[in-house]
Design a protein around this ligand. Sequence first.
Ligand code: NAD
Length: 485
Amino acid sequence: MAPIALFGSDDTSSKIDFTTFSNVINGKLTSTEKTRRGINPATLEELYEVPVSTPADVDAAVDAAQTAFKSWKNTSHAERSKAVQAFAEEILEHKTELAKLLTKEQGKPLPMALNEIEGAYVWLTSFSKVELQEEEISEDETKKTILRYTPLGVVVGIVPWNFPISLATVKIGPAVMTGNTVIIKPSPFTPYCNLKLVELAQKFFPPGVVQVLSGDDSLGPWLTAHPGPAKISFTGSSATGKKVMESAAKTLKRVTLELGGKDPAIVCDDVDIAQVAPKVAELAFLNSGQICLAIKRIYVHEKIYDEFLSAAVEHTKKLRLGNGTEDGVFLGPVQNSMQYERVKGFFSDVEAQKMKVAVGGTNDRKDGYYITPTIIDNPEETSKIATEEPFGPIVPFMKWTDEDDVIARANNTKMGLGASVWASDLDRAARIARQLEAGSVWVNTHLEIDPNAPFGGHKESGVGYELSAGGFKAYCNVQSLFLKK
Ligand code: NAD
């Protein structure tokens, strides 16, 4: 296919085809000799062809990004803001096609796919208003000292398969608003929405400012090792995050790592069980448990344990599992075969260790990667399900009696992404919440994030953070400017 130029084109929307997918390098749609296909996890059908990028594609994208950086870094806040806002509007205009594509490649129910796309619009709009101003540190008769935030250069945004649209826009927006250029690398499991998203961006950004490369498992390591990029913004597992940091260290690239979680929810004995148990169950099973911030351990006070568990079980029985295109489905399939086998490993362990299954437990559908939402009743604190991240719809409920003890158990993990406390006594809840070791801690909710609040992990859940003015600063160098009069 001959490359097609898109920047500034008025009729791009008429060219958007949601069945063909290309890399975007230097403002042009480009193909590769070799291609591959993703799989619809709800039907196991092969999807459309996507490029498999080579090292030459990486060089071309990095070159274009470095060239574009020379002028993009000098654009005004108003220009960047206008481009990001227009990009957000374009996403909204194509929300129906994007949502269908997202359900097809990722598996999530259509209303939740739509929600993800509308969320991307809201976030990009919010990012478009952020401006890092110069700060005056001091001034006297002889000198003035100023703190400036200057862009880093080329940013590589590496995206996982659970929220491809949200997690790409959360990198593109802050990167370009601070004057950087960005290359998005989708997960090979979910390349489609990311390729389309960046294609849509081309109308509003000069060539090379926002690019995307699709590829196989070699592509991520090529990008992190390449001497051109200045920063890697990575979202994915802690194991891969360590490899990214190691590779980036060789050229001292900046890194932001948003990694795995094993979020505890501590339920106190004064909660309204009928209200809280269904909420907690949904926050464990949303997106089929494939959320870094899903509730992954539920500690319930022993006084209410039986009643709370039984309310959660009753609600879980009502959560419909199925193809995300069907009405009323709460859980789609898990996203890919590797993840399916991984999650089933937790079920095998539950069986081998003869743990008590409160609901779910059997997985006999063969037409897609379907896993029944499952609650394990009070497993050992050291068991696989209580200590590892399944990233699927299986969650342990465990009993607690002593406040200090449950806090110690909640913190007894290498992870520290999110945590929540559920109680009617808000002072008690806040007292417990303040002792939890996690980047986001909630009382009487979980998973809520805000573009103005930092989002990141403690311990092995991450390095640095995204969102808020601080998240923007992570895309910048700081410069102290001493102006002698
Ligand atoms: P993953 O680590 O397998 O892959 C993430 C991305 O990294 C993909 O694009 C993949 O192709 C790429 N990659 C793989 N190996 C690489 C390497 N050596 N160098 C560079 N890139 C490489 O993660 P996943 O399975 O896609 O996602 C699930 C994990 O992500 C879970 O652990 C989840 O908790 C975590 N996650 C974290 C957040 C967060 O914000 N903290 C958000 C979503 C998911």
